[in-house]
Design a protein around this ligand. Structure first.
Ligand SMILES: [Zn+2]
Length: 641
């Protein structure tokens, strides 16, 4: 007998495509947790933790208010490298529990024997502390900070590191409201609204509340020499004191404008305040969308307000990801594809439609490069919907694909339906339908077909099999190329002169060629130059290619002195593509100043290709300044495991 049809609105044609994949329950079960989360809802969570800088650990307790949904004989939580000191249920001590053997990469299940019937409500309290093997927390020594005076702590839980921070149902399928009581000697921030601060001995107890239910991966902590400055009526930027003026300058012009624009596209911002914390350089990501307080890399602070798109992205997560959440990291594109889509809608509303398309083309190029660089693993990791059922580490499945293939699909749907105006009502509908919930890709499709029930023929023209399940590049959407054409034309001119009249190089180019380029346009120009390598026999590595690079270094000198990491990185990539040996050490030095994986990983990969001993020596020198996630990924990239 067939089970309940959880997806009644999808068309017969789409159903044929989905048939081998449709799950028995909805949303689909999360394979990246060892917990029995499906038997519970979490009504509220209280985290009470002391930040112990000397021992580099957090110690305290977590209280989970649980409602049982199905009869069970145990409560099974995710943990990873935690030290459990005691457990109670409704204030009665529980002795019958077991921390099971580790099952890589998912950690150790904590099994608490306790019978519950459906609708039972209990409060489970666990006293515990983190250990030195915690993968969610990075403890920086003073010399790893800007100020060099105080230590610093920050967390990064996504995708499955919360379990090494606190015992929990570590799945995006479970959401809870939170109270946090965090005791630290230094200023402390978390994913919530500050209620009050109380002095206690040499410490302060910071009480935060998060009234909107959030999944475990959005919980955060940062503590250190942190100060704040206003960047809008509901926004503050935080950073170490020496950096705060630069941070304020970078964001004060755009933040409120972004929030208002996003509100007009989706619906009013639900979280009250929107703040940004600029972390020390070892932050491995561009940004992390912690509710109320985005954590971001200092590579955004370029002095030109040109990397602000990351803030539009993290802000957009306030709707996609933080309100409407993927039920597991197999459906991560629902978080990231939607967020990139909204980020570009925000940019388009402010800077015009040409800009949205320009940004989409950059994304398409990133997607292309990312799939090429995956090599053999592209077959496995470049599909839109991922398969993590063999307990693959979600960190290994993360790439540009969920972001840019996800964006491209939404853009393609928008275009298929007749453009933005036709798609806009669905945006509001979808985010309203699924806010505070977690969903799978099939529910998204069901919602789409339900909303456009009169246009299912149009939706059926989409090649769903290819978009959802085939590896590699999807069909390329048609973009308006106005803003990239200037960059492509200049790049083509360089290649043409190098090939046909290299003796005329110095007379054909001048510094004003790039004077009007935005940092993003410079990035596109440099990417395009690199992309010629190996095409129709062209190479930067021969005498004429190197001569051209020499000339470019002189007349486009703003690239070699740029403070914008997006530009610096691409400039290095061109130099290394041309085997300019004098640049290898410069790149190695730069790798001591950045920790963002977007730059660190490909930089090591390209340095490794041209000078492996230097790549290894550089990694050995700097590995301890990188975040544990970054360190382990670079190790894999360099074949050091
Ligand atoms: Zn994102």
């Amino acid at each position: 007998m067939a089970g309940k049809d959880h997806y009644p609105h999808i068309s017969a044609k789409l159903r044929e495509v989905l048939k081998p994949h449709l799950p028995a329950s909805s949303p689909e079960a999360d394979p990246s947790t060892l917990s029995n989360y499906e038997k519970f809802s979490v009504l509220h969570t209280v985290l009470s933790l002391d930040v112990l800088f000397k021992d580099k650990k957090l110690a305290g307790s977590i209280s989970l208010s649980l409602k049982c949904l199905q009869q069970t004989s145990s409560i099974v939580l995710d943990t990873s490298y935690l030290s459990i000191h005691g457990i109670s249920i409704d204030d009665k001590s529980v002795k019958d529990y077991k921390l099971k053997d580790r099952m890589e990469p998912l950690g150790s299940a904590l099994e608490i024997r306790h019978s519950l019937a459906a609708d039972d409500e209990v409060t489970l309290k666990i006293d515990y502390e983190t250990t030195d093997r915690c993968t969610a927390l990075q403890w920086l020594d003073p010399q790893q900070t800007n100020g060099k005076k105080l230590p610093y702590l920050f967390s990064q839980c996504e995708p499955i590191h919360s379990r090494s921070f606190f015992p929990c149902f570590d799945t995006p399928s479970i959401k809870s409201t939170f109270s946090y009581f965090l005791t630290s000697p230094f200023n402390t921030l978390t994913s919530g609204l500050l209620k009050d601060k109380k002095d206690s001995a040499n410490n302060v107890v910071y009480h935060f509340e998060q009234p909107v239910p959030i999944p475990s991966y959005l919980v955060s902590i940062a503590s250190g020499d942190i100060t704040g400055a206003a960047i809008g009526p509901r926004s503050t930027v935080y950073s170490e004191p020496s950096f705060i003026d630069n941070c304020q300058y970078e964001f004060e012009h755009d933040t409120e404008n972004f929030i208002k624009t996003a509100e007009s596209i989706v619906f009013p911002y639900e979280w009250k305040d929107y703040d940004v914390l600029i972390l020390p350089s070892s932050m491995p990501f561009g940004g992390m969308e912690h509710p109320n307080c985005t954590f971001a890399t200092p590579t955004l602070i370029s002095g030109d307000r040109e990397n602000i798109d990351v803030i539009a992205h993290e802000l957009a997560h306030s709707w996609s990801g933080n309100l409407v959440t993927n039920c597991s990291f197999e459906h991560f594109w629902l978080n990231e594809g939607w967020t990139v889509y909204l980020e570009r809608r925000i940019q388009g509303a402010i800077h015009g439609e040409d800009f949205r398309h320009f940004s989409a083309i950059i994304g398409w190029n990133d997607l292309t490069n990312s799939i090429i660089s995956m090599g053999n693993s592209a077959k496995r990791f470049s599909t839109l919907i991922q398969d993590l059922k063999d307990r693959t580490d979600p960190d290994d499945s993360f790439s540009t694909v969920p972001y840019e293939k996800g964006f491209s699909l939404l853009f393609h749907i928008e275009q298929t339906l007749g453009g933005k105006e036709a798609f806009d009502p669905f945006i509001k509908h979808y985010f309203n339908e699924y806010k505070y919930k977690s969903l799978d890709s099939y529910q998204f499709l069901d919602s789409l077909y339900s909303f456009y029930s009169d246009k299912s023929d149009l939706l059926d023209t989409i090649d769903w099999q290819t978009w959802l399940y085939e590896p590699g590049l999807p069909p390329k959407p048609s973009f308006n190329t106005k803003l990239v054409d200037e960059c492509y034309t200049l790049a083509a001119k360089w290649v043409d002169i190098i090939e046909t009249a290299p003796e005329k190089l110095s007379s054909k180019f001048k510094s004003t060629d790039i004077a009007k380029f935005s940092a993003n346009q410079s990035g596109v120009f440099l990417d395009k130059l690199c992309s010629y390598e190996g095409q129709n026999g062209f190479t930067w590595k021969n005498e004429n290619g190197k001569k051209a690079i020499d000339l470019m270094t002189n007349i486009y000198s703003k690239y070699s002195v740029s403070q914008n990491a997006e530009v610096i990185f691409r400039w290095f990539r061109l130099l290394l593509t041309a085997n300019i040996t004098s640049s290898y050490q410069d790149l190695a030095n730069w790798l001591g100043t950045v920790g963002r994986m977007k730059f660190v990983r490909p930089s090591y990969t390209m340095l490794n290709k041209v000078d492996r001993p230097l790549a290894l020596a550089t990694f050995e020198k700097y590995e301890m300044i990188y975040h544990p996630i970054c360190r382990s990924m670079v190790k894999k990239d360099l074949g050091l495991n």
